[in-house]
Design a protein around this ligand. Structure first.
Ligand code: FAD
Length: 456
């Protein structure tokens, strides 16, 4: 079923070049057109309009970031550097003071968790935020400094003069064309505008993960009791093992003011191999005995799915073209499942490059490459580079999360269980049990491979 979906997305063959100079000279020309009002596009629009550039932001949906749903966690440090004290203006749901991982098998859960009031002090560590209010806040900021924002405008493709991008064609609400010196593609994961325009190759199903998410409403006090939190504080939990049905995917639980978000996802290729349906994966998580109890009395208020590019550093496409830049998820700038900060920073760096290009009236690749230089010098590319080997390690050891989660849970079970044997015999017994699942030499070789990747 998912393979059919993937085939159905084959791009139309569209002639990407044509001489449109005459048409473009008769209509208003913006300095820059940004496609997509997610965190990447909205940030780029804000920083460019702030510098006095004439900016048009086109969003296909009725509200900013309408490609995805639910809530998310926001890294405070990176956001604070771009938008100082953002928490005073932007509605944040909870200050995260508790972070952990749950390593799960069908009936067990081994947790590693950290909780500290040190994380509760400004400038904070993580917040949980509702996407819609975060993205709306960014778009409102862009509007306040003069950016034009059109919702319900679906960009079909880029218009070129020779190889130079000079505008975009909008297919909905009606066919229309808009022109600018620079186009910024910020249309999110699996950029269809980039693909249709021949600028971004199709993302492979191995490098694109599909996540299903459900938001469940619960009274704030109940959430705080169930997660052992004081009022206003929140928790982020990564779910490893059982939730992803034997594949190297991940899940997570985020606590919001009066709701909980559960996400779980796998590479699209793994959905195709396993035949498992996305909603079945989410049901697995919700039915788990130790998650069920967290959700008692809850009411589903949102349900959805979205994709996330997980190819990492080596899957990043060409980001600078004549008159065009690619930012955010469209550029595959995602580290694990963290993408919002990378999206905002890529929007900021793109704004610097466009500003310099405008100043010099030069919209060539050479001038716009300042964007790539700034990205390369920043935490964005440095972190992606540092994590580049993780994706290949996961491919090399497809059993990594599942098998070692089982081994860890089995070990914990035998350690916790009281046996009528002396301690020395118990240790031998446990060792035998574990090495019957994975031979000791194989385990040592896997640990060595993991350590090599961690060391970088
Ligand atoms: C389940 C899940 C959980 C996540 N959790 C986190 C997290 O906890 N923390 C974190 O930092 N990141 C998280 N991410 C990643 C994060 O959501 C993305 O990295 C981030 O949203 C990327 O921003 P963007 O602006 O590049 O793209 P998007 O947010 O996808 O925005 C793209 C925008 O472009 C619009 N658009 C698309 N096509 C067109 C078109 N043809 N014409 C006009 N407009 C168009 C869309 O409607 C959308 O508004 C998560 C992602 C998923 C899927």
């Amino acid at each position: 079923m998912l393979t059919d979906w993937y085939k159905a997305k084959k791009p139309r063959k569209i002639g990407k070049q044509g001489n449109l100079h005459n048409e473009s000279s008769n209509v208003k020309k913006y300095d820059v057109i940004v496609v997509g009002a997610g965190p990447a596009g909205a940030s780029a629009a804000y920083f460019m309009a702030k510098e006095g550039l004439d900016v048009l932001l086109l969003e296909r949906g009725p509200f900013p970031g309408s490609k995805s749903c639910g809530g998310t966690s926001l890294i405070a440090e990176h956001t604070h550097k771009l938008f100082p004290n953002f928490w005073e203006e932007c509605h944040c749901e909870r200050i995260v003071i508790q972070q952990g991982y749950w390593f799960m098998t069908e009936d067990s859960l081994l947790s590693s968790s950290f909780q500290s009031m040190k994380l509760a002090a400004a400038p904070y560590n993580h917040f949980t935020v509702k996407r819609r209010s975060l993205y709306q806040w960014l778009v409102d900021k862009a509007k306040a400094v003069g950016a034009f924002v059109y919702f319900n405008h679906h960009v079909a493709e880029v218009i070129f003069d020779g190889t130079q991008a000079i505008g975009v064609e909008v297919s909905l609400p009606q066919k229309s064309r808009f022109f600018a010196n620079v186009i910024i593609l910020a249309d999110g994961a699996n950029s269809l505008v980039g693909e249709r325009s021949g600028l971004i190759p199709r993302v492979s199903p191995e490098n694109l993960a599909l996540y299903v998410k459900e938001t469940i409403a619960l009274p704030a006090q109940v959430i705080e009791e169930r997660f052992n939190l004081s009022p206003g504080y929140g928790s982020l939990i990564g779910l490893i093992g059982y939730p992803t049905a034997g594949f190297n995917g991940t899940g997570s639980i985020h606590t919001f003011k009066d709701s909980i978000n559960i996400n779980v996802g796998l590479a699209i290729s793994d959905f195709a191999i396993s035949g498992i349906r996305p909603h079945e994966l989410l049901d697995r998580v919700k039915m788990h005995p130790f998650i069920q109890t967290l959700l008692i009395g809850g009411k589903t208020i949102e349900y959805g799915g979205s994709v996330i590019p997980e190819g990492g550093y080596h899957a990043i496409p060409k980001l600078v073209h004549p008159g065009l830049l690619v930012i955010g998820d469209a550029a595959s700038l995602v580290n694990g499942t963290h993408g919002i900060n990378l999206a905002m920073w890529s929007g900021f760096f793109a704004s610097r490059a466009v500003y310099e290009s405008k100043k010099n009236r030069d919209f060539s690749v050479k001038k716009l490459s300042l964007y790539r230089t700034l990205l390369d010098e920043s935490f964005v590319m440095q972190d992606l580079k540092a994590n580049a080997k993780i994706a290949s390690l996961q491919r090399e050891l497809p059993y990594l999360f599942d098998l070692y989660t089982k081994i860890a849970n089995d070990t914990a079970y035998h350690v916790a269980k009281v046996y009528s044997m002396p301690k020395k015999a118990k240790r031998k017994f446990i060792f035998k049990k574990i090495t019957s699942i994975q031979p000791i030499l194989k385990m040592a070789s896997d640990i060595w491979k993991i350590l090599k990747v961690v060391k970088g």
